[in-house]
Write a new protein. Sequence first.
Length: 171
Amino acid sequence: MPLLTDLLNRFLGASSTDGNQQQTANDFERVALNIGPDALSKGLSAAFGSNLTPDASQMVSQMFGASSPDQRAAMLNHLIATLGPAASSVLGGVLQGANIVPGVGPAVTAEQALQINPQQIQAAVSQAQQHNPGIVDALSGFYSQHPGLVKTLGSAALAVALGKISEHMKA
């Protein structure tokens, strides 16, 4: 654990996005393997809300694009469940193209999820944020279960996430 603490101390209060992308990704991977999803979720929420990173909807779109068909379907099902009855109105346009009706029939399948592109997800998440600002925390919780996808966000987002994880672990 001292090695993990030393590694996280480098990112505590990190406001710079400078650094080696590969080293930051490697550091993130080591941390993600040694902490629980709750701490990882807090770090990801911080990255989603940081002014040092792209908009949360853009980052979710990026991870969606890097996801397997099963991960895409799981993310969409998580998003639909989080939005509840509002899912149809918030995500209607995106879901209709893939013949998905929230609350009617089985969950979104991997085949259906492949019909939705990352740009559609970006627009849908942006709209969902207007309807439910807590959606970012819900998506952080989902993606904390998939740290390999989080690594695709780039060094700025990973540095912000690692900084928040470090703060969380020191508290």
